[in-house]
Design a protein around this ligand. Structure first.
Ligand code: SLL
Length: 149
């Protein structure tokens, strides 16, 4: 295998969550107050599966099967719940890359900073971050794949 010396390739991603209050809507668990979705995606919804093989989302241990592995896009998990917590997001790359997984952290956000005019926290919330996945001195075969997409 040949590595590309003195070259770093970066690819933009967006990760984070949206959340909507259930506002009393009945779901399986009466304690649950919100529906939320956490995701990793490309900018302008660009397909990122040419370099990402799978994404593992480690949820709070209060969830059943807290380790959710998503093998194809969209790389996202939707759930209902009652509380905010830190999600560990592990990006796995295609074996050809020889890259180790990279870990991201996201604080799942359910509550807006301010109440709305009605004094009810009834608005949907979003918390997304733009980031770049950096590959230092990628192997040449993976470098080709990155350039072709
Ligand atoms: C807290 N740090 O203690 C937080 C933890 C965990 C939220 C919040 C579980 C839902 C389910 C859920 O919403 N957990 O019952 O599966 O406040």
């Amino acid at each position: 295998i040949k590595r590309m010396k003195n070259i770093a390739v970066s690819r933009p991603i967006i990760y984070g969550n949206s959340a909507t209050p259930l506002n009393g809507k009945k779901v399986t668990d009466p304690d649950h107050t919100h529906r939320w979705t956490i995701s990793v995606r490309g900018v302008n919804n660009e397909d990122i599966s040419y370099f990402i093989k799978k994404v593992a989302f480690k949820l709070h241990d209060t969830y059943e099967n807290p380790n959710r592995v998503i093998e194809k896009p969209p790389f996202e998990v939707s759930e209902t719940g009652w509380g905010e917590f830190d999600v560990i997001i592990k990006l796995h790359f295609h074996p050809v890359s020889g890259e180790k997984p990279q870990t991201l952290y996201h604080h799942l956000k359910l509550h807006p900073y301010e109440e709305d005019g009605l004094g009810i926290k009834s608005k949907p919330v979003t918390s997304y971050l733009y980031d770049e996945v950096v590959f230092n001195e990628p192997v040449d075969t993976f470098y080709q794949i990155l350039q072709e997409n």
